[in-house]
Design a protein around this ligand. Structure first.
Ligand SMILES: [Ca+2]
Ligand SMILES: [Ca+2]
Length: 281
């Protein structure tokens, strides 16, 4: 004889009882593809497949047209093939830049890739907190599209916000009560937090205001009260100290062409710096 359940069959046995393999309580469906829509993307969807301190980062981009009408915007989409479940829940270990404060970032879901429904705002501004969690209103197996967008499109709101994504999953619970993933549990979390402390990420976006060069800087991962911004052109480096609020506009003011390399360092530990970022006008 042998025993059978939804997971499979036990080995044949001559005994009067047989044991089935333990039923897995859930299936974690990971992103299988992505569609960049608007914004600057660093990393790829494969970085979202594990909670490991390896990130996909999406930064807003400026619209074109008249300078006074410009604003920053962001949209990015991931595709999931979701298994059926008694409950299907979206989880994101992700955080947004603290600035600009007027910005709101949201995840949306869709089962046809055309009409999307929004979820509550993503409010975490640092790594290592609880997962963003949202119960999806269906239980059938199907393709699910998760989209991330900004919501502020006010003319003149040109500061660049970023969203940093470590882990995305859609959990199909196979029976019983849904079990939320925990950032704090397991051996991964301490390693992740040490990575995020060391990782100082900088984004620099060049634009022109009445022909003059302007660079919008935004960063995350710095822990000092102030940060040191280094701008190098050729052999000349200009340093400035600014408050560690995640964003700064560097009005260079020069016209014409130019190539600038920016590095951001902790003011309290000037050897702890971001990777250099190049802006070319
Ligand atoms: Ca915006
Ligand atoms: Ca990751």
């Amino acid at each position: 004889m042998r025993a059978t359940n939804s997971v499979g069959d036990s080995a044949y046995s001559n005994l009067a009882s047989a044991t089935t393999p333990a039923a897995q309580p859930y299936i974690d469906n990971l992103a299988v593809a992505e569609t960049p829509i608007k914004g600057s993307v660093t990393g790829s969807y494969t970085a979202t497949q594990a909670n490991d301190g390896v990130y996909e980062t999406i930064a807003e981009k400026l619209t074109g047209g008249r300078v006074s009408k410009r604003y920053s915007e962001l949209a990015h989409q991931w595709t999931f093939n979701v298994a059926a479940g008694s409950s299907i829940d979206f989880y994101a270990n992700a955080y947004r830049s603290a600035s600009p404060a007027y910005e709101t970032f949201k995840f949306w879901y869709s089962t046809n890739g055309v009409s999307f429904t929004d979820m509550p705002a993503l409010t975490a501004t640092s790594d290592g907190g609880a997962y963003f969690a949202y119960t999806l209103p269906f239980t059938t197996a199907q393709t699910v599209y998760i989209r991330l967008t900004d919501t502020d499109h006010f003319a003149g709101h040109t500061s660049i916000g970023t969203v940093v994504v470590d882990h995305l999953l859609i959990r199909s619970t196979l029976g019983g009560v849904p079990v939320a993933p925990s950032v704090a549990a397991g051996a991964v979390a301490p390693a992740e937090s040490s990575v995020s402390v060391a990782a100082l990420s900088l984004l620099a976006v060049g634009s022109r205001v009445n022909g003059a060069q302007v660079v919008d800087l935004s960063w995350s991962g710095a822990t000092s009260p102030n940060v040191l911004v280094k701008r190098t052109k050729g052999t000349v480096t200009v340093e400035s100290v600014t408050i560690n609020d995640g964003a700064e506009t560097d009005a260079i003011g020069a016209r014409g062409t130019g190539t600038y390399v920016y590095t951001l360092c902790e003011s309290a530990a000037p050897t702890v710096c971001s990777a250099p970022v190049t802006v070319t006008f």
